[in-house]
Write a protein that binds this ligand. Structure first.
Ligand SMILES: [Zn+2]
Length: 256
């Protein structure tokens, strides 16, 4: 009986030890499971951080590319600004010229047509009855009607005085702007187109900037020298529009 009890208690102790061992083994497994999970988490965290880092590098390189593009934008815009709009040029000869003289191209006289339409202006400037002409007519959209070559003398100045000489038709180019500057200012296209036309002539004939004037200026200068001579006193073109034109011309000349 005692042996039985001893045996039974030994068995119980054995079972208990086995249980403890199992528990320890489970604990070990549990701790190693936790450790493995932790290691896995760390690896995942490292991988995640790496991915973020590469993403940031990609973002940065994109930004660099964008910055490069944005840096190149101003030069592209500048290119567009530098490229001048080309205006249509139409040959529209006037018969109102002087065939026995050669224009020495020493100055430019600016006029406005004071006619309501370009058709009316072209009609007047080619009318044999009116006997007035010019070298170029600039429409409000910048279209140029070329009526005579620069070496031709045309009848646009009448009684006039400039740079110590009378009869400016013999040594000036006439430019007529469509419209009336007393009613409407010159359009930007008119100014730009006239400058496009004039720049090569200023360069070729070395026209002094002071010899680019309005019709009123040469007429007033003539009247001062001939007070008894009756001639028109009408504004042609206004001082404000002349100043605008000259400002643009000087800017273009300095950018050449
Ligand atoms: Zn005039």
């Amino acid at each position: 009986m005692i042996l039985c009890i001893i045996h039974e208690s030994q068995v119980k102790v054995g079972l208990w030890q086995a249980f403890i061992c199992k528990l320890n083994s489970l604990k070990m497994k549990k701790s190693s499971l936790i450790l493995s999970t932790l290691v896995l988490c760390v690896i995942l965290l490292i991988l995640f951080c790496q991915k973020r880092r590469y993403a940031k590098i990609d973002e940065r390189s994109d930004t660099i590319v964008l910055k490069k593009d944005s840096n190149s934008l101003p030069s592209v815009e500048k290119k567009h600004i530098d490229v001048q709009k080309e205006y249509k040029e139409i040959k529209y000869p006037t018969p109102n010229t002087c065939s026995d003289k050669v224009n020495t191209v020493e100055g430019v006289i600016l006029h406005h047509t004071a006619e309501p339409t370009i058709e009316r202006s072209l009609g007047v400037l080619t009318s044999l009855k009116k006997r007035v002409g010019t070298h170029a007519v600039i429409d409000i959209d910048g279209t140029r009607y070329i009526m005579a070559n620069p070496r031709t003398v045309t009848y646009h100045a009448g009684y006039s005085y400039l740079a110590g000489k009378e009869n400016c038709n013999n040594f000036t180019i006439g430019i007529e702007f469509q419209g009336n500057t007393l009613e409407c200012p010159l359009t930007r296209d008119q100014i730009n187109s006239a400058i496009d036309y004039l720049l090569p002539l200023i360069s070729q004939y070395k026209i002094p900037i002071n010899n680019i004037v309005t019709h009123k200026m040469v007429r007033d200068a003539y009247k001062q020298r001939h007070p008894n001579q009756r001639c028109s006193g009408k504004v042609d073109i206004t001082q404000i529009e002349y100043n605008r034109f000259m400002k643009s011309l000087k800017e273009r000349l300095s950018n050449k």
